[in-house]
Design a protein around this ligand. Sequence first.
Ligand code: KG4
Ligand code: ZN
Length: 332
Amino acid sequence: MTILAIESSCDDSSAAVIIDGKLHSNIVASQAIHQKWGGVVPELASRAHQQHIVPVVAEALATAKITKSDLNAIAFTRGPGLLGSLLVGTSFAKALALGLNIPLIDVHHMQAHVLAHFIDEPKPQFPFLCLTVSGGHTQIVFVRSALDMEIIGETQDDAVGEAFDKTAKLLNLPYPGGPLIDKYAKEGNPLRFEFPTVEMQGLNYSFSGIKTAFLYFLQKETAKNPNFVEENIKDICASMQHTLIKILLQKLKKAAKQYKIKDIAIAGGVSANSGLRAELQRLGDELGWNVYIPQFQYCTDNAGMIAMAAHFKAEKGEFCGQDVSPMPRMEW
Ligand code: KG4
Ligand code: ZN
């Protein structure tokens, strides 16, 4: 079974080829155009996807050393994501599948983030818990099998990726700020500044309060010293990152205890954060967990994970028709 997968939910245009469950290519074209606006501009993202999609698909096929006629199915991200961006990938996938007279496979972007763990060894054992953390989502997912997942806790407001990006914006760092906070945090003191956190019910999260607290903190400190940010950027980033990681892991620990599960994974763009990766590994060693951390290239948006999810769907014969349309708020 040879599947071409397309990812276009946000600001990365990506295509991948998977053959019998093994990934043969994974090409990602990022969109630098958003940087000067300090965030993703949906209309610019759609146009950039239109420019990238043909060369990205061609490169994915060439890298996998196959041609269009070798394909048995076309997979695409149906949602959640930006409507205009999703439309580009969906329309392209539909047209190609129609032209080649082969079936389509619609993929849920967040489920694909979880299934990125099956691209390489070691693969998690079912059931496992996956902390799925991206620019739009923060969820603890109970994964019974590849196609049977349940959200057992999630953010009630902002996503943790947003908290990283908004913190960076307040510090005048370019978008996306998460990786830069990570970079500065490596050399800073995580215990220098304290930020207030709120206790949410059950396994849920909230990140909007800390964002406001951070804004007030900066206003207060820069009123006293206009050079406060420049002089303390490393400690500010380290302290904020430390607080966000602490919030994430507290609930994950609670979930593992409640569900009596010791196989624990992380996924999504924020799982690229080196502090989170190290702290999860440390906690896992302490609690006897089997910890699964994806390779960097499978953390942020990529079509490799869409291809992996499509492989599982194809195995179960789960295809969709030409009448499919994108779903910006796709449910699980
Ligand atoms: O999964 P993803 O690529 O796109 C969405 O589906 O949202 O996640 C993007 C998010 C952004 O908020 C970005 O700042 C964050 O992942 N991110 C990071 C790091 N790398 C990416 N956050 C913290 N540390 C990183 N190293
Ligand atoms: Zn994503």
